[in-house]
Structure formats: structure tokens, C-alpha cells
Ligand binder design. Structure first.
Ligand code: DQA
Length: 148
């Protein structure tokens, strides 16, 4: 494996200013920087992307699958709606970890349903920006020595 893909769905480009009481004050660029450092310490590259468009995410999951590289996926609201994204994950020969900043299970009932969870290796939700770090740890093992 050469890279870990971190894919982010609709509205996550607005992190930092979007409902900070729910999603925290860190921006997506902050999350990318931190995750990039964690990947570097483990000797893997990070492909970090965001789109507001479902088809882009489908394309990127397919791309990661063809490369056999794992995916950290925060699909945003598409988590609760997208059969296309679930099908892409099912067809991809790679591991996908579903992440959420917020604890979706403690929120509105429409957020309790995930089309991604049944086709993901696991789900991490509710730890803010740390959810991404925990997902990386789940995929690659504990922090590298230099991070301890
Ligand atoms: C989210 C939770 C989703 O329900 C929501 O639509 C988002 C963000 C999260 O990271 O907590 O856009 O995925």
C-alpha cells in the first residue's frame, strides 16, 4: 500500500464555520494537516479530498479500490442516502472506515441510518477531528514511535 485515501463529502469544506457547536472549530485543512503528519510518521502518503458531489466520491472510492488502498470516508449527509456510494464500496477491493465528527446516533433519527456502515470495516463517530486519527489507527495500527 502506498497511500491512504481520506474522502470527505458535502458541506465538509465549511468545517470551522459550520455549526461549530456540533462539528468543532477545526477546519478541513487543519484535519488534513494533522492526518498528513500521522501518515508521514507511518511512511504512507495521504490523498485527501472533498467534494459536494456524490459522483466524485463514487469515482474516488473506485480509484482507491483499483489501487488497493484503504479509505477513511466521511460521506457527510450522503452516509444516510447514498446507495451509489455503498455499491462503490461493495465493489471496491479495499477497506473503508466510516467516520463522523459528531455522534450521529445521539442526533436526529434520520442520521441513525447509514448505507455505508454495512459495507465498511468499521465506524468511528463522535470524537470530533480525532475520529480521523482513530480511523487511521484502526487501518494501520498504533501511532508511529515518533508520535508517542
Ligand atoms: C457528519 C454527520 C452527518 O450526519 C452530516 O450530514 C455531516 C457531517 C459528521 O461528520 O458528523 O455532514 O458526517
Amino acid at each position: 500500500m502506498n497511500a491512504v485515501h481520506c474522502l470527505n463529502g458535502p458541506n465538509l469544506n465549511l468545517l470551522g464555520s459550520r455549526e461549530p457547536e456540533i462539528y468543532g472549530s477545526q477546519t478541513l485543512a487543519d484535519i488534513e494537516r494533522k492526518l498528513g503528519q500521522a501518515c508521514e510518521a507511518r511512511g504512507v502518503a495521504l490523498r485527501f479530498r472533498q467534494s459536494n458531489h456524490e459522483g466524485d466520491l463514487v469515482d474516488w472510492v473506485q480509484e482507491a479500490g483499483l489501487a488497493g488502498e484503504p479509505v477513511i470516508l466521511n460521506a457527510g449527509a450522503l452516509t444516510h442516502t447514498s446507495i451509489a456510494l455503498a455499491d462503490a464500496i461493495k465493489g471496491a477491493r479495499t477497506k473503508v472506515v466510516e467516520v463522523h465528527l459528531s455522534n450521529v446516533h445521539a442526533r436526529e433519527s434520520f442520521r441513525h441510518r447509514s448505507f455505508i456502515a454495512p459495507v465498511a470495516v468499521g465506524v468511528i463517530a463522535g470524537f470530533g477531528a480525532r475520529s480521523y486519527d482513530l480511523a487511521l489507527e484502526a487501518l494501520l495500527g498504533g501511532p508511529a514511535d515518533s508520535e508517542r
